[in-house]
Write a protein that binds this ligand. Structure first.
Ligand code: SF4
Length: 179
């Protein structure tokens, strides 16, 4: 009779078969993804100028890990819908969203993307009144246009949604207190 391997005892087998919790590893992955979001290079109207401003030195979105704007939806996990969504553009927006790999996130930047903005009036026929009628939106950043700081706040909200906590200090009020 072959000698039994003294290392592989029933207790050792039981230990190996015990369920391993992947939660801590998932949390690490979530933080890594949140700190390296890749937005899609994608602008629709004037709000896109503000989006471009956050990529420049003054607002510097690189400080928060999201400076790698990708020219392809297949390499992106964040869509910033920056501007007016016309009916003609709507199918392209949906197609681009569908081509992004999951998990993926969407920011509606500006009043046009949120609700049609100044182009929402009786009788209008060419504008989508809210991009969330086409694709799911995670964060809404209002304004016409919103300030670049507001877009950064939107990014922080996405990071918070991904990791369950806020990572950056709250902006200070004019009196110097955190708001
Ligand atoms: S919300 Fe205002 S600034 Fe932004 S795309 Fe619409 S009209 Fe332009």
């Amino acid at each position: 009779m072959a000698a039994q391997n003294p290392i592989i005892t029933p207790a050792a087998v039981e230990q190996v078969e015990a369920p391993i919790s992947l939660a801590p590893i998932r949390k690490i992955f979530d933080v890594c993804r949140a700190m390296s979001l890749w937005p899609m290079t994608f602008g629709l109207a004037c709000c896109a100028i503000e989006m471009m401003a956050v990529g420049m030195a003054r607002f510097d979105i690189a400080r928060f890990g999201a400076e790698v704007f990708r020219p392809s939806p297949r390499q992106s996990d964040l869509m910033i819908v920056a501007g007016t969504v016309s009916r003609k553009m709507a199918p392209a927006v949906v197609r681009l969203y569908e081509q992004m790999p999951g998990p993926k996130y969407v920011i509606a930047l500006g009043n046009c993307a949120i609700s049609g903005g100044p182009f929402k009036f009786e009788g209008q026929y060419g504008i989508i009144e809210g991009v969330d009628t086409l694709i799911p939106v995670d964060v809404y950043v209002p304004g016409c246009p919103p300030r670049p700081e507001a877009l950064l706040e939107g990014l922080f909200k996405i990071q918070e949604k991904m990791t369950g906590r806020r990572w950056w200090p709250l902006p200070a009020s004019p009196e110097g207190d955190a708001v």
